[in-house]
Design a protein around this ligand. Structure first.
Ligand code: KIV
Ligand code: NA
Length: 259
């Protein structure tokens, strides 16, 4: 699984054979330049979901419910989930939270909308955690992550994201669940993995802090930078456009025109 936030990022993910494309609310930072995910609006998520849906031919598509669009009541969450299907053109939704979200997950799945759970570190609650902290580092905390995962499974989730939990804990949780686990910062014992596309393709300027779990598989920023810089230099030196980028005119026609 990989994230996508617009037509081109979804197009390449689908073409490269991703099974699942997630329109994560991380698009708040990577596509909209916001500080964190709490700022992104439901309407903004839906706009990006639609552009992703237009590009994806074979992957399963999941939209991430943004903060404020589902916590008030199960009915609010179902209304939002329906908008992700009808307006966002997604096939499923993701929401953050464990035991306390069980009635909400039940409400949405009962209406026929598949729900991906998300437990462990749930970034929408970063202020309650006191920042981005690894979860499940003590026996008691690991037990809490397990109980949350079991609760969202029981409520009807088809899979669950485990974010920032020790690898051994994620492995044990994966064995105890019957639904697949999708890890991010949770080791290779999960059923699958998810990464934020701009992080793993290296499509960001040098100096940005990346979480420990991100592997940079590419250097898209440097390649774009090099291309744009070369274009700038070639325009100034008139090396671009070269004759092969230029439309010809027959000499006698040109003469007639010049006179
Ligand atoms: O918003 C996001 O991109 C996510 C994934 C990293 C799981 O929630
Ligand atoms: Na998210």
């Amino acid at each position: 699984m990989i994230t996508a936030h617009d037509f081109p990022s979804a197009h390449v993910a689908d073409a490269a054979g991703m099974d699942v494309v997630l329109v994560g609310d991380s698009l708040a930072m990577v596509a909209l330049g916001m500080e964190d995910t709490s700022e992104v609006l439901l309407e903004e998520m839906l706009l990006h979901c639609r552009s992703v849906a237009r590009a994806v031919k074979s992957a399963f598509t999941i939209g991430d419910l943004p903060m404020g669009s589902y916590e008030i009541a199960p009915a609010q969450a179902l209304e939002t989930a329906i908008r992700f299907i009808k307006e966002g053109r997604m096939q499923a939704i993701k929401l953050e939270g464990g035991k306390e979200m069980a009635p909400t997950i039940e409400k949405i799945t009962t209406a026929g909308i598949p729900v991906l759970g998300h437990v462990g570190l749930t970034p929408q609650r970063q202020h309650a955690f006191g920042g981005f902290r690894v979860q499940g580092k003590t026996a008691a905390s690991a037990m809490q992550v397990l109980e949350d995962a079991l609760a969202v499974q029981k409520a009807g989730c088809f899979a669950v994201v485990l974010e920032a939990v020790p690898a051994e804990v994620a492995s044990i949780i994966t064995k105890k669940l019957s639904i697949p686990t999708i890890g991010i910062g949770a080791g290779n014992g999960c059923s699958g993995q998810v990464l934020v596309q701009v992080d793993m393709t290296g499509n960001f300027p040098p100096g940005r802090h990346l979480p420990k779990f991100v592997k940079k598989y590419g250097d898209v920023w440097s390649e774009s930078f090099r291309a744009i810089e070369t274009y700038r230099d070639e325009v100034k030196s008139r090396a671009y456009p070269a004759p092969e980028h230029t439309y010809p005119i027959a000499e006698e026609e040109l003469k007639g025109f010049e006179e």
